[in-house]
Design a protein around this ligand. Sequence first.
Ligand code: FES
Length: 129
Amino acid sequence: MRRGSPELIFAALIALLLGSIVWYTQRVVGDLRLEAERFSRMYARIYRALGDTTEAASTQALLGLSRSIVDQGVPVIVTDAQGNPIEIKKPVLCRCGGSTSKPFCDGTHSRIGFQAAEAAIAGSQDRPA
Ligand code: FES
């Protein structure tokens, strides 16, 4: 076979094509594996919450799911008692009682002068809302 023959060029193109298919497949498999891990963690949280029927467990499950969803870049929308949608940018529980999007903090605590345990109790490890 001569150098630069059509067979050699064809074989090189086939090898390049196969190599790119293998590379692409490995990327897709890696992405699917990450996605499966995310879903597994989410399902584990749901099943844990289903097994524990206390209100605190369901709230923790809701927060965990919310954080997981926000971490994936998907906005979390909840509705208030009137059915109005409220976007939750950072799923943190309200501790001051003043939030209009309970159980999530909406920043009202800073306007009403709420002081968390860290400020109220010297030496407390608790962080302000
Ligand atoms: S609004 Fe209540 S803690 Fe932030």
